[in-house]
Design a protein around this ligand. Sequence first.
Ligand SMILES: Cc1cc2nc3c(=O)[nH]c(=O)nc-3n(C[C@H](O)[C@H](O)[C@H](O)COP(=O)(O)OP(=O)(O)OC[C@H]3O[C@@H](n4cnc5c(N)ncnc54)[C@H](O)[C@@H]3O)c2cc1C
Length: 532
Amino acid sequence: MTTEYPTSLQPEMPATRWGDPAYATGLPDGVRDLVSLVFPIADRPAREDVTVPAPRLGDEQIAGLRGIVGDDHVVLDDATRRRRTRGKSTPDLLRQRSGDLSDAPDVVVRPASHDEVVAVLGYAQEQRIAVVPFGGGTAVTGGLVADLASGDLTGMLSLDLGRMRGLLGIDTVSSTATLEPGLRGPEAEALLAAHGLMLGHFPQSFEYATIGGFAATRSSGQSSAGYGRFDKMVVALRVATPAGEVRLGASPSNASGPDLREIFLGSEGAFGVITEVTVRVRPLPEVKEYEGWRWSSFAAGADAMRALAQSDLLPTVLRLSDENETMINLADPSGIGGEGNAGCLMITGYEGTPAAVAAKKAAVTAALTELGGTPAGSEPGEAWAHGRFNAPYLRDSLLDNGVLVETLETVTFWSNRENLYTRVKTALEETLGEGTLVLCHVSHVYATGCSLYFTVAAPGGEDPLAKWLPAKAAACEAIVAAGASITHHHAVGTDHKPYLTAEIGEVGVDVLRAVKRAVDPAGILNPGVLIP
Ligand SMILES: Cc1cc2nc3c(=O)[nH]c(=O)nc-3n(C[C@H](O)[C@H](O)[C@H](O)COP(=O)(O)OP(=O)(O)OC[C@H]3O[C@@H](n4cnc5c(N)ncnc54)[C@H](O)[C@@H]3O)c2cc1C
């Protein structure tokens, strides 16, 4: 049995970078040489001599919060407040690097239990303090920024859920486990593994993102073809709202009116603080096998994925890179331009019992061969599995060297895939101009459609943020024009909010506003996030 992901708790991330500082090794020389052939290289170190704005909350308010969670868990030091400022999108990192801490929370509050969360919400409502739930801080769509101007709020507290990281219970008969929201991905898997169980949710942010964050953003992981997206794993929720507690999921499924779990899944902290998540669990896989397939074109590979999805023949992992992404191969950039990087690379992965893996692999192999794929052996699959969490470190190294890198994602029906791909790619290339490289892969599949995940690299110039924002807007407008969804798994946050009405309509937005009024009448929870 192998685990290719870390099971120990990673150290806290620096404010200006992703991940464990020990892995921040810079661009390897060979890769730096290759990058310099395409992009002008320039030293762009992050500013460290930065002042965090003075807290807006008064001494009495701080004392009130200390009375709820204890003195040690009301944290005001600059370094902690800086680390709790925004998330980890490229614009977030660029703002941190340039020393812009205008969105810093006034204070970081660390509750230990559901009851402490309830008490903090009550106090914040009374004092008119904005509350921004903070899980792993890996948000990439501006979900950790409070708009204080939208109400007469006196300040903002970051509600850090990092002390709520327990496994509250397991029901082995029903195959469910109840987890606290602050557990990061590897911790949750390690707790379940001690019982021979797993969750199976592996987003690229797995090492840092949390159970509560997965639920609040409706996250989707790299093994979604086999294990499903996170919201489909959730069977029950406990949520603390300013209006009171909400407990949902008394049974696996029911006809008791609309399923209110769906209201809180994807609510991005705007409707309540998720304090318990009960998830469906499954036995740890005994075998994991990953392999590669080559396709003559992106369209041919995507058609094959569709055929698998529509015949209920999905492996555990299924992803397909377009020609550019195959050429660059983020799992092993040293091979750029090599012969092995031609066409389009598909990764298939199988996990389960030896018998189940053998049977699924044989059936998928027969189908992909019939559809015109060429097997590329286990090496590309194992390389992908080995490097699956590394790309964010590469992003930091490229930003250090003056290269602008960012990702975005969307989802549509199969019949619209080509149109969406072309529109978004063209919008990015035209806005960012010469020297732009747009890579794409099909990251998640359904019987009816798929998600497209774009990675963009361009010369950063003097002000990479000013360069990126119009490109992101153009990509969002292209997504709307194509009739696709503004996000498949990164959520709405503040960045995608201007495009939500086009997708769900004015009445849909009114429904969200009505829910917000019911659960958070004073508007203290994540003001400005999600709801247009
Ligand atoms: C490098 C990188 C790779 C990524 N890869 C993926 C991927 O493969 N798949 C994917 O789906 N996403 C991915 N993301 C996006 C991000 O990791 C997810 O949105 C993740 O689910 C956020 O979890 P978190 O614990 O970090 O939440 P945070 O960033 O702390 O919060 C996200 C939002 O949820 C709210 N929130 C957090 N916890 C709670 C809670 N307990 N109750 C109520 N609201 C809460 C916050 O207020 C905020 O609005 C990636 C991000 C990065 C930076």
